[in-house]
Design a protein. Structure first.
Length: 499
């Protein structure tokens, strides 16, 4: 079998700790049915227009996406589809004044390189340019900046978005609106930006003909967009169900969608691995290496924890790539013993004032927030109301939600449902976040949420962490042609404060 092609496999069909919020606009329930998943690559070019800033205006036409930030370092992932030469970083602590230059590194066309930048000072804003030297010309990029991790007691902001789904053109994605959203987020000078999955949908590809190159294209497609926010704010990725980066697809060879997806993710975006600053998954997977799929770190007064059921579960969590029905018994789906014990240890050992947990969705499948947080290994109950946790997870002391309660988790953030909803369960905020670029501003899956405050797409979520509270804001975004009085981009539709 030629390298780069998947084996055709047939899978068997599976048998208050927050202050009252203030809304600045009304919630509108917009009509529209749920769109069908695309079965082929979308037509057209879903990339920013040439006049849109990507963080690298100048001779260099590629993109920079920062990643793996710490209190003393950051990594710049540099990629260009068609340029080759050398790249280095000019860095300083004042605009236009660069006191350091990293060693030049060779850049080949369509091959990302990582430029590590260390020996930085905590709680400091750094300004930089990318110096590109190639056969067709040389010069620096536009100036951008980033900030190292604050000390305890410092104030900082981070942002996050739900499912961008660039393959769902016109139904849930508009490139102009996506650029507007990311540009607005970049203007907030966020310390980092979290993407909650379904941003690199592999399962639109044909299982019979899928190749490594096709999977990689799902990840390179996002680079012009993520260069807008990523040149300023390091990007953290969370796997979603549509990425198909999942253990159940492993077949012992390098030629399968799971290997291709996770490899593309980890080479094109600098994601954390266990070290002195980050804890996380130490598992080495054949043909991939470190998965970098779950990880945790402390930033100022807050603990950040990213979890992932798709690599933890030996069976398919949501939609099977090679066809078949979704599972009805979600006791067979699991985050896995290793991830559970790491999560338990991470929460128990942290003394952070705020604790935030992020995942694509409760259990990685289904709809709703607190409605499903009571079920299976997350909440301990079966759908019929019986408490089966002890029998189904005999080595786990308590369900995942109870870990949150015992360890005073401030909020759990999820995507997947294409709606913005704030709920609370046992003192833990459950926050679903919106899509960033839905041009129809839909209110998807509202009926799955029987409680809470609900808002339709589109926009991003901004969180400001300070000694007095963590303020969560839903920032609405619209296409310019859709704006009207009282309906303008940048409006904070709803906010609340976690104490």
């Amino acid at each position: 079998m030629p390298s780069g092609h998947a084996r055709r496999r047939r899978w068997p069909a599976p048998r208050s700790r927050f202050l009252p919020a203030v809304a600045s606009v009304a919630v509108l329930a917009l009509s529209g049915c749920r769109p069908q998943e695309a079965t082929a690559a979308p037509s057209g070019s879903p990339t920013p227009t040439p006049t849109t800033p990507t963080g690298t205006e100048g001779v260099f036409r590629g993109s920079i996406v920062l990643g793996r930030p710490t209190d003393r370092s950051v990594v710049a992932n540099v990629w260009s589809v068609d340029q080759a030469g050398t790249v280095s970083l000019l860095v300083g602590t004042a605009p236009g004044q660069y006191t350091r230059r990293t060693a030049p590194v060779a850049l080949a066309a369509d091959t990302p390189v990582e430029l590590p930048l260390g020996d930085l000072t905590p709680a400091t804003r750094y300004y930089y340019r990318l110096q590109f030297d190639g056969a067709a010309g040389s010069g620096p990029s536009a100036e951008r900046s980033f900030r190292t991790a604050p000390v305890a007691g410092g104030t900082f902001r981070f942002g996050l978005q739900g499912d961008s789904h660039p393959e769902r053109l016109r139904s849930q994605f508009d490139s102009v609106l996506y650029v507007r959203t990311l540009t607005a987020a970049a203007a907030d000078s966020l310390d980092f930006y979290v993407m909650l999955g379904d941003d690199f949908s592999v399962d639109i590809l044909d299982p019979a003909t899928i190749t490594a190159a096709q999977v990689r294209q799902r990840y390179t497609l996002q680079r012009p967009y993520l260069g807008i926010i990523g040149a300023m704010s390091p990007v953290f990725l969370v796997n979603g169900n549509h990425e198909q980066a999942a253990r159940y697809l492993l077949d012992g060879t390098p030629n399968n969608p799971a290997v291709w997806a996770q490899t593309a993710r980890n080479t094109l975006y600098a994601q954390p691995a266990p070290d002195a600053f980050y804890s996380g998954n130490p598992e080495q997977v054949s043909h991939i290496g470190l998965l970098r799929n779950f990880y945790a770190f402390t930033w100022g007064d807050a603990l950040f924890v990213m979890i992932d059921p798709y690599w933890g579960s030996p069976v398919c969590v949501d939609n099977p790539f090679f066809g078949g029905d979704k599972r009805s018994d979600l006791w067979t789906v699991t985050h896995g013993d290793a991830q559970y014990q790491w999560l338990k240890r991470t929460l128990e050992q942290s003394s952070a004032k705020y604790k935030f947990v992020f995942a694509h969705h409760v259990m990685g499948t289904g709809r709703g927030g607190v409605e499903v947080a009571r079920l299976y290994e997350w909440g301990g109950r079966s759908p019929n109301g019986t408490t089966d946790f002890a029998a189904r997870r005999p080595t786990w002391p308590v369900p995942i939600h109870q870990l949150f309660v015992q360890n005073k988790v401030s909020a759990f953030f999820q995507g997947h449902d294409h709606i913005w909803v704030r709920q609370e369960l046992d003192g833990v905020v459950y926050q679903a976040v919106s899509e960033p670029a839905d041009p129809n501003y839909s209110l998807f899956n509202a009926d799955a949420y029987t409680t809470g405050v609900k808002f339709p797409n589109s926009g991003y979520t901004r969180v400001t962490v300070s000694p007095t509270g963590a303020k969560v804001e839903y920032v609405r975004m619209y296409k310019a042609t859709d704006e009207t009085p009282g309906r303008t981009s940048g409006t904070v539709a709803y906010s609340y404060v976690i104490q």
